[in-house]
Design a protein. Sequence first.
Length: 131
Amino acid sequence: MSAHGPIEYGDASVAVRAVFDDIKLTRKVDDVNNFWKYLAHDPQMLKRTWESVKEIMRPGALDALTKEMIYLAVSVTNGCGYCIASHGAAARKAGMTEQMFGELMAVVGMANETNRLANGYRVPIDAAFDR
């Protein structure tokens, strides 16, 4: 548990409010979630993290749903309950169905299992993969 509680908008510095305002505008939400409120204890880290998330998660060659599902998969692998909840909700909002979620979890589980096996056996990389 954090030694500090969340910083609410009314208690935030001008710099933190500016980031909160951008998050609310970009995500079209009334309030920022707790992740951002806790990062607000370090305004520079808050701003840097938000700018990076905003840049990476915007639609590009990958659509928003694909990016959220990748984020969810990595969060599951890393065991981050907060990010699983946050990006699971975002993926569902972007169109992820329960069937898609089930298949995603199957891929995550299989990838983690085969990754550990390949690493454990120290399997050399096939030359054909270099193409």
